[in-house]
Design a protein around this ligand. Structure first.
Ligand code: DAH
Length: 348
């Protein structure tokens, strides 16, 4: 009967070898069926036990039971070990990432050049003690014209190709100057004179669009009301602002007379071309660039807003913010600045 003992030993060795080579749950299940299934080698041996003699039963019965129990235990153990290894591998995958892997390019946005530019202008004026004002783009005839000393039928109204609206007496503001009136009125009401502020914003004109004109563009109004204000204050302000904006330690300005109904006297302030020394296409070979119209606030404007012109005086200016932005960034077509084209905007 030692052959039965050999068979038991062989099965045990076979099982151990097969389990050692089993790497998947399916391998283990196949082994379980081959040894412990209905027709498995261990099951068959156990089935044959009943045909043995009493002595043999006594001798081999316990050995066979032992074999069955060992087989069951080692199969389960191997199954669990595989499950655990699988879970650990998944965990390792999470923990370890490839630091050399290339990232997809990040898409970065940035502020619109207008936003940058306005912030820069505001910073300069804030540092000089100015406030930042805002006003409506949908305006009334009164604020846009009449209060600015441009009454009905005044020829100066022809300077502004106005977008009138369906609402009588209402228009899209043609300049930022109406904010002056609103600011003075508010200061008078709150008893807060003297005042100084700027008002950057959109303006509208009924114009044919080309490289240098658009029906919408931006201006920046400036106003200072105090006692004994002179044109020297206006010139110094213009020069300080332009020097800082164009980052020049020295910058000549030139003053010419200019007419605007809301100032008296009125001026055109030019700055020395920041791009050349002897003439270029930007300054049209003149070495001067016209940038800063302004003047002393007309007594009629002060009166219209409720200020006594014998007590207070002031200066005002209203430069083309769009024009300055185009100059500063070297943009030669206003339509590009207003296009929202990503390819264009990405350059800033
Ligand atoms: N509002 C004027 C325009 O759009 C610009 C201007 C000129 C504004 C002189 C002023 C000023 O405040 O004093 O043409």
């Amino acid at each position: 009967m030692s052959t039965l003992k050999n068979t038991i030993d062989t099965i045990q060795q076979e099982l151990t070898a097969k389990l050692a080579a089993a790497h998947t749950q399916k391998d283990v299940e196949d082994i379980r069926i081959a040894f412990m299934g209905k027709k498995g080698s261990i099951t068959e041996l156990l089935g044959a036990l009943k045909d043995l003699s009493i002595e043999d039963k006594k001798e081999f019965g316990p050995l066979l039971q032992q074999l069955r129990q060992n087989a069951e235990a080692s199969i389960n153990q191997h199954k669990n070990a595989l499950l655990e290894a699988q879970a650990q591998a998944a965990l390792n995958k999470q923990k370890h990432f490839d630091v050399t892997a290339t990232l997809p390019a990040a898409v970065r946005g940035h502020l619109h050049p207008y936003t940058h530019f306005i912030q820069e202008i505001q910073d300069i004026f804030l540092s000089m003690g100015y406030e930042i004002w805002d006003g409506p783009e949908f305006e009334t005839d009164f604020y846009n014209f009449t209060a600015l000393n441009i009454p009905q039928d005044h020829p100066a109204r022809d300077m502004y190709d106005t977008f009138w609206t369906d609402k009588p007496g209402h228009l899209l503001r043609t300049h930022t100057s109406p904010v002056q009136i609103r600011a003075i009125e508010k200061a008078v009401k709150e008893n807060k004179l003297p005042i100084a502020g700027i008002a950057p914003g959109r303006t509208y004109r009924h114009e044919a669009v080309d490289a240098s004109h658009d029906f919408m563009f931006m201006q920046c109004e400036g106003l200072l009301i105090d006692k004994n204000v002179t044109i020297a204050n206006l010139f110094a302000t213009a020069q300080t602002f332009l020097k800082r904006l164009f980052k020049k330690d020295e910058l000549d300005i030139r003053i010419r007379p200019g007419f605007f109904p809301f100032v008296e006297p009125g001026f055109e302030i030019d700055m020395r071309c920041v791009f050349c020394k002897s003439g270029c296409s930007v300054c049209k070979q003149s070495t001067w660039i016209e940038v800063f119209p302004g003047g002393l606030v007309h007594p009629n404007v002060l009166k219209a807003a409720g200020v006594n012109p014998d007590e207070y005086s002031g200066f005002a200016f209203g430069f083309g913010l769009t024009r300055l932005a185009m100059l500063k960034y070297g943009i030669d077509d206003i339509r590009l600045l207003h296009s929202g084209k990503i390819k264009f905007l990405e350059q800033f």
